[in-house]
Design a protein around this ligand. Structure first.
Ligand SMILES: *Cc1c(COP(=O)(O)O)cnc(C)c1O
Length: 398
C-alpha cells in the first residue's frame, strides 16, 4: 500500500479520535524514524517521552525476544521472575517501599487515588475525602484521572466526574493551603508539568507542600509519568528537589516502549491502605512488560544514561536559549534536562506541522502555546546540531 492508501484505510476503520499527521511510520534506528517511503525524520518527541533509548536498541530487543519465548502472560494469581526483578529495581531506584504495576499512566493515577482514599478511610474511619490537584495539570483520560486533570476543555463533556477534587494554582503555596480541609487526603502534582506547558515546580513550593503534608497527614503524590525515568537528569525529578513523595506514579519511559506504568508507595502508605481485594488488573505486571521494565533499569546503569543527560542537556538548553534571543516570537524557554519547552507567540500547531512535514523533525506541542521537546535521552551533540538547523529553518519561514 502507498501512504495515501494506508491513511484512507486507517480512517475507514479507526474511530476518529485523533487528528493524526499524514505520516506513516515504519521503523526507527537510534534517534531517527523512517516512514513507509523511507523518508528519514529526526525524533525529538520519542513517542511522547517513551523511547528514552531511541529505536532498535539490541539489548532491549534481545531481552524482550527471549521473554516472549518463555512466557508473556500468567495473571496476578501467580508469581513470576520478571515481575519480582522489576519490583526490586523500582523500589531501589525510587527509595520507596512497594510497587504496583499497571498498563498505563492513567491506571497508575487511578491506583494512586484509590490508595490515598483508602489510607484516609482507615485513618478517619469514614470515606468522602478530597484531593487537591493543580491547574494545567495532566494525569490521563480515564474518568478518575480526568477528574484530577486541570484543563477544562478535556473535562467539560464528561461531567459529572469524580467528586471531591479541588484545583489549586501550581507554584502558589497559598492557593494550595487555602484548599486544604479536614477531608483532604492527598495533594497531587507533577514536579515538572508536561502537557500543561513544560513548567518545573519551584523548589520552595515543593518543600512547603511536603511540610504541609507532614503536618496534616496528607499524602503527597508525585506524577512523574512524563518527567521521571531520567528525563530531567536524575531517575526521578523529586531526587533533584530532594523532596520525597508518599506515592509516585511512573509510566511512559518506564517500559521503553511496551505499555506499562506503576504506582509506588512508601512504607507508611503500604502499611495502611490497599489490601487484597481492593485493587487488581489482568495484564498489569505481566512477564513481558515487567521484563521490559527490568531491562530498562539495567540499561540506565549500563549506559550511565542520567550522566549522559546531564552532559548533553546544557548544550541543548544553550541552543534553545539562543532561539529565544534570535526570534522575537520565541519568548521563553522552560524545562529541566531533556524536557524542554519554548513559549511561542505564533501558533505552535503550525510550527509542529511545518517541522514534521517540511523539515522531517518530530516535535510536540503543550498547553499555553508551548513547543515541547522530549528527545530520546541518548541524543548526541550532532543530533542537537541537526535539531538546530531544522528548527531554525522552520522559524525562518514563520
Ligand atoms: C502521559 C501522562 C499521563 C497519562 O499516561 P497514559 O499512559 O497516557 O495513560 C499521566 N500523567 C502525566 C504527567 C503524563 O504525561
Amino acid at each position: 500500500m502507498n501512504k495515501q492508501q494506508y491513511i484512507d484505510k486507517a480512517e475507514e476503520n479507526l474511530f476518529h479520535v485523533y487528528n493524526r499527521f499524514p505520516v506513516v511510520f515504519d521503523h526507527g534506528r537510534g534517534v531517527k524514524l523512517y516512514d513507509t517511503d523511507e523518508v528519514e525524520y529526526l525524533d525529538f518527541a520519542s513517542g511522547i517521552g517513551v523511547m528514552a533509548f531511541g529505536y532498535g536498541n539490541e539489548d532491549y530487543e534481545n531481552a524482550l525476544f527471549s521473554q516472549i519465548k518463555e512466557i508473556t502472560h500468567t495473571s496476578n494469581l501467580f508469581y513470576h521472575a520478571p515481575m519480582i526483578e522489576a519490583a526490586e529495581k523500582v523500589v531501589k531506584v525510587t527509595g520507596l517501599s512497594k510497587v504496583f504495576f499497571t498498563n498505563s499512566g492513567a491506571e497508575a493515577i487511578e491506583g494512586a487515588i484509590k490508595t490515598a482514599k483508602k489510607y484516609a478511610y482507615l485513618r478517619d474511619g469514614f470515606a468522602g475525602h478530597e484531593i487537591i490537584a493543580m491547574n494545567h495539570s495532566f494525569h490521563g483520560r480515564t474518568v478518575g484521572s480526568l477528574s484530577v486533570t486541570g484543563t477544562e476543555h478535556y473535562r467539560e463533556p464528561f461531567y459529572p466526574l469524580m467528586d471531591g477534587v479541588k484545583f489549586a494554582t501550581f507554584n502558589d503555596y497559598g492557593s494550595v493551603l487555602s484548599r486544604v480541609t479536614d477531608k483532604t487526603c492527598a495533594i497531587l502534582l507533577e514536579p515538572v508539568q508536561g502537557e500543561g506547558g513544560v513548567t518545573p515546580a519551584d523548589a520552595t513550593f515543593l518543600k512547603k507542600i511536603r511540610e504541609l503534608c507532614d503536618d496534616k497527614d496528607i499524602l503527597l503524590i508525585f506524577d512523574e509519568i512524563q518527567c521521571g525515568m531520567g528525563r530531567t537528569g536524575s531517575m526521578f525529578a523529586y531526587q533533584q528537589y530532594d523532596v520525597m513523595p508518599d506515592i509516585l506514579t511512573t509510566a511512559k519511559a518506564l517500559g521503553g516502549g511496551v505499555p506499562v506504568g506503576a504506582f509506588v508507595v512508601n512504607q507508611k502508605v503500604a502499611n495502611k491502605s490497599l489490601v487484597p481485594g481492593d485493587h487488581g488488573t489482568t495484564y498489569g505486571s505481566n512477564p513481558l512488560c515487567t521484563a521490559a521494565v527490568s531491562t530498562v533499569f539495567d540499561m540506565f546503569e549500563k549506559y550511565k544514561l542520567c550522566d549522559h543527560v546531564n552532559r548533553i542537556a546544557p548544550l541543548f538548553i544553550e541552543t534553545l536559549d539562543r532561539l529565544v534571543e534570535k526570534y522575537d516570537f520565541v519568548t521563553e524557554r522552560r524545562g529541566m534536562g531533556l524536557m524542554q519547552g519554548l513559549v511561542l507567540t505564533v501558533p505552535v500547531a503550525d510550527v509542529v506541522k511545518k517541522a514534521l512535514l517540511e523539515e522531517n523533525l518530530v516535535v510536540l506541542s503543550a498547553g499555553g502555546n508551548v513547543l515541547r521537546m522530549l528527545p530520546p535521552l541518548v541524543i548526541t551533540e550532532q543530533d542537537v546540531d541537526n535539531f538546530k538547523v531544522k528548527i531554525e529553518a522552520v522559524f525562518d519561514a514563520m
